[in-house]
Design a protein around this ligand. Sequence first.
Ligand code: FAD
Ligand code: FES
Ligand code: FES
Length: 1360
Amino acid sequence: MPCPTRSDELVFFVNGRKVIERNADPEVTLLNFLRKNLRLTGTKYACGRGGCGACTVMVSRHDPASKKIRHFSVTACLVPICSLYGAAVTTVEGVGSIKTRIHPVQERIAKSHGTQCGFCTPGMVMSMYTLLRNHPEPSEEQLMEALGGNLCRCTGYRPILASGRTFCVESNGCQQKGTGKCCLDQGDSDSSSLGRKSEMCTELFVKEEFQPLDPTQELIFPPELVRMAENPEKHTLTFHGDRVTWISPGTLKDLLELKVKYPEAPLILGNTTLGPAMKSQGHFHPILLSPVRISELCVVSETSAGLTIGAGCSLAQVKDILAETVSKLPEEKTQTYRALLKHLKSLGGQQIRNMASLGGHVISQHCYSDLNPILAVGNTTLNLISEEGMRQIPLNEHFLAGSASAALKPEEILESVHIPHSHKWEFVSAFRQAECRQNALPDVNAGMRVLFEEGTDTIVDLSLAYGGVGAVRNSTHQSCQRLLGRRWNELMLDEACRLLLEEVSLPGSALGGRVEFKRTLVVSFFFKFYLEVLQELKKLLKLFPDSCHYPEIPDRFLSALEDFPVTVSQGVQTYQSVDSHQPLQDPVGRPIMHLSGLKHATGEAIFCDDIPVVDKELVMALVTSTRAHAKIISIDSSEALELPGVVDVITAEDIPGTNGTEDDILLAVDEVLCVGQLICAVVAETEVQVKQAVEKIMITYEDLEPVIFSIEDAIKHNSFLCPEKKLEQGNIEEAFQKVDQIVEGEVHVGGQEHFYMETQRVLVIPKIEDKELDIYVSTQDPAHVQKTVSSTLSIPINRITCHVKRVGGGFGGKVGRPAIFGAIAAVGAMKTGCPIRLVLDREDDMLITGGRHPLFGKYKVGFMNNGRIKALDIQCYVNGGCMLDDSELVTEFLILKLENAYKIRNLRFRGRACRTNLPSNTAFRGFGFPQGVLVTESCITTVAAKCGLPPEKIREKNMYKTVDKTIYKQAFSPETLISCWKECLDKSSFHSRRLQVEEFNKKNYWKKKGIAIIPMKFSVGFAATSYHQAAALVHIYTDGSVLVTHGGNELGQGIHTKMVQVASRELKIPMSYVHVCETSTRTVPNTIATAASIGSDVNGRAVQNACQILLKRLEPIMKKNPEGTWEDWIEAAFEQRISLSATGYFRGYKAYMDWEKGEGDPFPYYVYGAACSEVEIDCLTGAHKKIRTDIVMDACYSLNPAIDIGQIEGAFIQGMGLYTTEELKYSPEGVLYSRGPDEYKIPTITDIPEEFNVSLLSASQTPLTIYSSKGLGESGMFLGSSVFFAIADAVATACRERDIVKDFTVRSPATSEWVRMACADRFTEMGNSITERLQLLFSLAEGEKKQTLVAILLIFTLAE
Ligand SMILES: Cc1cc2nc3c(=O)[nH]c(=O)nc-3n(C[C@H](O)[C@H](O)[C@H](O)COP(=O)(O)OP(=O)(O)OC[C@H]3O[C@@H](n4cnc5c(N)ncnc54)[C@H](O)[C@@H]3O)c2cc1C
Ligand code: FES
Ligand code: FES
């Protein structure tokens, strides 16, 4: 059939408005279209691969068959606009706005404090909104499912869930499991009015204030689209783009004809396979065939033999179909469906399940596919259709292995999938292990089916299929065949495991990787299947008196059968209410909503890349090194420059001033030091052009030696960034002579990616006059950007203005790095004379920017048999990457903070930053503390193990008890530390729960619980006096409104909200009178980075100072007219020529540290805290669930308990990620593999503790800070280690039971791989074959030896 040369009109609706695109480009995604064409910037870009949910919008379609409208959430970054023909799209702007009416979803997420930086919030709102459009009173399970595909890096999810739960049927006011009574309703709390009457409060928002949800208020589905759906166009729609043509036939016949004409053209359904492959792997398809209008692909039918589901059905629809079938058919017939349902709950997030089609899933043949192994064992057939007719092929191992004889012909398409019912005496199960419970690709998964001869336990058919174990799915055919006729008993189990390990081989690419883990999972899953079937079989065989008799499965083993269910987190947040005499107008100490909360929720909050395109604006993209250590021979940009729209290529030669510093070069000149180092930048007219041009820059290199990646290698090569930092007290050598025991051990802590949701971005606008530049940048330190741009361009600082409205998460990653991007963009802007926008892709951001320093610590600890530690010697090395950045400071901080809460008389702490050929690591929340103190706490657990005492006893015994001096001789009182510890023990009922954990562990072999409580002494601030200062500028205008400007940046931590609270208290006016517009180097110069937890402390004092100056000026007027209003006084002041503008200044703490003497006064104060966590691990898979966490934190007099609790929770969950799931993976050549949310797992909503309680210790005093509050931005991070130590506790119990001698090497993160392999058993031993020993050799060998070993390994693997 002919393909028209002219494009058809693409018609769809956005927020009730009709969109007609006459030249729709198939390569344009809905996200880009919304942001660039419609200027709807509420929908955010954060990953571009469907993995984070920041771009979630709702799509609605009318189904003419059912006459119903289907609403579903999608990730706009994977939706090509051409797929939207006839659809209605709702974005966050269409849900509600501050200007018109905010929607209850938006109101509640903001008022429940579910937004911090607000970058994830529109996506969260859209997921929740879509849920409510389909289920106005959802269950909590539905809420979790709806939010499972949305990541938030700031809040820790608890408040987001709290807002969602207010819509749920089960929800009740106090968030306590339907008791109808608040757990703290014991006379001491008052929930009716925030912060009045009583001492402690447990409510952070007033639910009664919320508007009710009124579904009748929603946008109606456009009648025009109903008409279009009822009378569908039959002709083929064609959309021609620059490079790609989209063809959407109206009939199956036309589709089949097109498939003959374009056999290579893929069918595009959900685009969840094609999209990421085109974006990240360079796949290109000039023709795309869209079968979205072919109703035959969505037909579902059921016969007595089974279900046939159209290939075009989405996975979410498949889930509903299966759920309905399961509810009406007897259990024996639905075994396969149940297994599929189990995996459909955790496959991707809700948005992916809504988009991805069954056909796309089957045909994609991903090695990790969750459904294909189950479909394969379930004897599924694929119904194929082509112009030649129909045929069936089995979805079997040959199909999955991609063998040509079992595959579709190019002109064929998959019409439907037939899944037969299961039968009596047949059992089907599914297994899956992934790093997170939802929205994470599986490490290994499996589908298993067995059929018995009726009335017996004799196997007549057995089918096992695994995913995730190799590039193509492995066959288990021979193993299964050899087990036919065998009885279902232990002998069969042993034999099956042996056969499976022989047959399921892992590819060579897994070398040095997770081979043993995966092999172990292969047999562990089979063991689970064995037990599951055994249990069911016993029930059936009881009905056959003559059949064999099975011994009962011991109760201790039954726990192997249970999966950890996804539960909705509960919890209580406790804080001290304000004094009952505090005026109502005074907001300090009250849980005030983040001032941008509603704007975040409606998408009206403007982030850097939401600023509209300015005249003549150009786009910049960066070219990075592909070599770890090499000489640059040449940079050839000629081909790139010839491409249409390409304006320039910026290299180091274009820099008029300095090219960074010796330790932090902006653009590489002769040599590159890591993969990802910046070499040059391309400037073009559009994003598409600039990306194409980047690909055309040719760089030739000559590799250099040495290439160092690991800390161990750096030590070997004596490769360091700075001299050793050392602190010492007492006489360590002498002390080691006198102790009862000495233990030495090692601790490895992996790095961490910031994963701020808003990637690095900057917009530089050159002015016509005087070389002035306006820079809009997402940074924690605009003054640093300003200074760097000044020296790069060689123009005075006063010509450059940096503006920061808000930052979509920083966590330290936007302290130093934005200056580099700002400076390169500024060079481009100066050279071209045009504004330059630079927005980093997630992949580039992760590749280039570095993160938390990985750490290797060695310790030697001397102690008495009663657990008293007498001597501790710790030597730490951090991996600083290729440039200095903050590595020296990080090393200093970690040495200063290493003692944590413990008084040990004889100490020696040493630290060094290693220079390696990895991207430079930088500041990250906690600044070395979370890594370093893990070493100290590991020593404690080691001592406990050696003394046979619980770790908490050792902690208590060695903790500071009275006023004392730290290792650097700074005096402090540990009173609050002890209060936090005791209160945490008490609130968590630690001791009784420890006994319960022990009881549980005695009764369960395959599941173990662990519990740990960790104390914390965290010093805030920078160890340098110049950093302890701040300024503010406060203007009062003649209408009485007040504009506050200060040096802090809004990163989501609510600093502007707190500053408005301060101004409101000082000026005694309502908060509504006060406004903060932005942070700008023009209004407040020479600012300090918003970091080290002291942003609110120092800026609060500066704002206070400015307000007090103004108030003093106003006092005579106020005295003269005491009955006057604020407005009267301001008017009078203006009349009397009194200045209504004042600069406030805070000359802060005098910090110093003398490293020569090893003493100083580096920190203004400490934040104390304690956290107790309980977990349960699955020894067979390595999975864990967090049962409960209790945090007690000393916030002194919190300025805003809602914000402070939010900081604690968010930091805790980020810390939990560091210590459990977040793992950076590199290739042997130093290329970062983990460059997106699919490979790098930050915690999702399903990963937070099932019970999560936070309480702020009732007030203590700290005179140095604003109103005696404390900075809580970072400290919660380390408390996440309580989860790590709880996991370690559970693993230690398992090891003791299995008589495994534990060595003293600690590794963080405690991934499922680590947990599984540590809980060694017969299955790990089976997996741990000769292959493993050879791999160990492989990892140690170099050069030629390595190649020989690969050959030997291959032979062994084949032989095995
Ligand atoms: C963020 C994210 C998370 C994910 N998580 C998981 C997970 O946890 N577990 C898991 O198993 N998978 C996961 N996936 C993969 C996902 O399940 C598949 O990408 C999806 O099922 C593919 O379906 P689609 O409709 O989007 O296919 P498309 O991308 O539209 O098409 C994929 C391929 O299928 C072919 N095709 C589609 N339909 C037909 C047909 N009817 N006949 C012939 N060929 C056809 C196309 O030609 C194309 O080559 C994830 C994907 C993403 C993006
Ligand atoms: S930006 Fe679309 S899912 Fe992340
Ligand atoms: S508030 Fe969720 S990412 Fe910042």
